[in-house]
Write a protein that binds this ligand. Structure first.
Ligand code: AMP
Length: 217
């Protein structure tokens, strides 16, 4: 029998889950599965659900568990590869259902990895970010500043701050995250399935830490 398992990646908005998750999955030979993407694709695959899913997503609200769970189960059941999940589970109900799905499919739960960053550090990271409105280049005023003040190296136009990188927006995204995801973190922690990984520092440092905690998978 194939030995298939899931790894769950948890962490606050802006911590780099997408970038880190893709890179880790690539290196490990896992399938990277982000439920945000899956729902967008699922809308195409299941026209009967399209309107409902679209409405929730457009409002920035969680799509009902029953729909997300079903999509995840379908993908897992058809996957010949182990899977790294990003953006799922987002509620304790989804976490419990994931356990049931894995049991039913005879998959293993490998580990839940929490990419942990202090809110202050993340705010510091995101508020240092600047964007060129013309070419889309991203700078970081602390770690990767432009050569000339606040002008794009290429276009020489003033750099801007993205709306969702403003401190008040970041605080709001964090409080939603805490409210919604903290119970999921507790769920895995209480069952001894959570590892915390320091998400600060360079992307390469974080990647190496992730490799270390998942070395046995
Ligand atoms: P994301 O790309 O992870 O930010 O997700 C985009 C949107 O997809 C979210 O705002 C939700 O509407 C929906 N979504 C993604 N994952 C889930 C999930 N696990 N449960 C419910 N809704 C989800």
């Amino acid at each position: 029998m194939r030995d298939l398992y899931v790894v769950v990646l948890l962490g606050p908005p802006g911590v780099g889950k997408g970038t880190q998750g893709r890179k880790l999955a690539d290196e490990k030979g896992w399938r990277y599965l982000a439920t945000g993407d899956l729902l967008r694709d699922g809308v195409r695959a299941r026209p009967d659900l399209a309107d409902t899913v679209k409405e929730f997503m457009e409002r920035g609200e969680l799509v009902p568990d029953v729909i997300v769970n079903q999509l995840v189960e379908t993908v897992l059941a058809q996957s010949g590869q182990s899977v790294l999940l990003d953006g799922y589970p987002r509620t304790v109900g989804q976490a419990q259902t994931l356990d049931d799905i894995l049991e039913k499919l005879d998959w293993t739960f490998a580990t839940a990895v929490l990419l942990d960053v202090r809110e202050e550090d993340l705010i510091d990271r995101l508020t240092s970010r600047r964007l060129c409105p013309q070419c889309g280049a991203i700078y970081n005023m602390k770690t990767q500043p432009p050569a000339n003040n606040e002008l794009c190296d290429r276009c020489q136009v003033p750099l801007i701050i993205r709306d969702d990188d403003r401190p008040e927006v970041i605080h709001r995204r964090f409080s939603v995250y805490r409210e919604v995801t903290e119970p999921v973190i507790n769920y895995y922690e209480q069952s001894g399935r959570l590892v915390r990984v320091d998400g600060s520092g360079s992307p390469e440092d974080v990647h190496q830490r992730l490799l270390r905690v998942t070395h046995s998978q």
